[in-house]
Design a protein around this ligand. Structure first.
Ligand code: ZN
Length: 150
């Protein structure tokens, strides 16, 4: 007899703030936007009005290409909360974006396997990845990354 599992609770969603409302609005439209400092030209994540490099307020939004490479990653076998029960095992990752900053994210599109070693066989440091979006609610889509099909 199979044990019936209840539907997992909803995943937590970001709450847009003044500095990043635009970011989430664009993510909902499946576009990735970043902040750039107009004084020192640094592109940075997470989005905020004040440049973290030189504390300038002379910053702007730029549209990212959505392309990058995998900087580092790890496979989460045990879901951190019941909301992620059906996702596990899943891949946490940090991606180097083409624009020059890093973004913490999930790597998706990796064949799921209860044996993390088998999943790891599909992942390599520095592999080309591109953005995709997980529609989490009617208002929030979360950027994730997937391997670029060669
Ligand atoms: Zn700056």
């Amino acid at each position: 007899m199979s044990q019936q599992q209840s539907t997992p609770p909803p995943k937590p969603t970001p709450i847009p703030q003044q500095d990043n409302e635009f970011y989430w609005e664009k993510a909902k439209a499946h576009e990735l936007w970043l902040r750039k400092c107009s004084d020192c030209n640094e592109v940075y994540f997470y989005p905020r009005d004040i440049s973290p490099c030189c504390f300038s307020r002379n910053t702007e939004w730029i549209k990212a290409s959505g392309k990058g490479t995998l900087y580092t990653w790890g496979i989460t076998v045990r879901p951190p909360t019941p909301a992620f029960r059906e996702d596990a095992p899943f891949v946490l990752a940090i991606v180097d974006l083409e624009e020059g900053c890093r973004i913490p994210t999930n790597l998706v599109g990796i064949p799921k396997d209860p044996d993390p070693e088998k999943m790891a066989a599909h992942i390599t440091h520095g592999m080309a990845v591109e953005v995709a979006f997980e529609d989490r609610t009617d208002a929030i889509s979360v950027p994730v990354f997937k391997p670029v099909d060669s």
